[in-house]
Ligand binder design. Sequence first.
Ligand code: 164
Ligand code: MG
Length: 369
Amino acid sequence: MIDVQEVTLHHLDMKLVTPFQSSIETVSKRESILIEVRNRSGQIGWGEVVAFSSPWYTEETIGTCHHMLKSFLIPELLAKPFQDPEAFIDSFSYIRRNQMAKAAIEGAVWDLHAKLEEKPLAAILGGTAKQIDSGVVIGLASMEHMLETIGKHVSDGYKRIKIKIKPGSDAALLDEIRSHFPDIPLMADANSAYTLDDISLLKQLDEYNLLMIEQPLAHDDIIDHAVLQSQLKTPICLDESIITLNDAKKAIQLGSCGVINIKPGRVGGLFESIKIHDYCMQHNVPVWVGGMLETGVSRAHNIALASLPNFTIPGDISASARYWEEDIISPPVTVNNGKIDVPAGPGLGFEVNRSKLAKYCTHIERFTK
Ligand SMILES: O=C(O)CCC(=O)C1=CC=C[C@@H](O)[C@@H]1C(=O)O
Ligand SMILES: [Mg+2]
């Protein structure tokens, strides 16, 4: 029984070890909100708001999530006990969208639920893998810097390299990367930087033996992506366009993609993530877990999710040290020979380190029954 007595929001401000540049935005400082839920006997679950400070990736921001949590989701959670996470999810199913706000509080409830069941979150979600393959993302930077960073990550053992592309920084960049690294598992993410007018350029990218091209066209499109996919050999992976299971069904039926990137924050939580995973598995569409430059709390949720069987492609789950001088979980996430161990302890299997949390916390808000 999930009987939450108190919810605490920890507002954090952390600096990335290096700025992260995509086709739209450069992120150097990361605001986030950690959600701590506590039941009557003092057991705790953790979740994380992964929205960015401004609405460049999806329409949500830290501010919109805070509003949704405070005004709707936290009151819902404190209103009554719930049999399980699904019953809590049902209670807010009337709320349209606001996926990252929902995912954050749902994540905390899943962690608490797994701890009450004394099982690892991965097992509760249906995961079976003991280790997951780790991929890493390299933001846009000078050619020299990107080549050097790729070399470093390849020698660190990462199983897949993702680079960001945008018009003017695409075919020539991939050409240069392939001349140095002809065989590495490589993919490119455009964050919607192209349109169908760029089709001849996008077809050139078939030359580079990419695992996939992520979200080349508009963030809310699946129709143009189907046109593009019919003319590309390289599979398209959808990220921003998939917000729900229904989106995934339609994209697969239309042939808009060959792969889907599942980010629990973007799709409204772990429960919807599992539904998308299962549907994709039934339709032979491989999936992988995306990242949001997040702290260890969300990273831990992602590791648990990635242990499900259709996550056959290494995701954007890299070591804590890729982004943080010090993560706020103990131990930090580490990658060995390109693999991350799925924790065997109850819940997330990582502890939130209170003294590190205090270092990066700007303020706390507490809500009680
Ligand atoms: O968390 C990571 O390691 C990588 C995250 C990452 O590549 C992204 C996070 C958020 C927005 C984008 O720029 C990009 C993506 O689109 O997947
Ligand atoms: Mg993406």
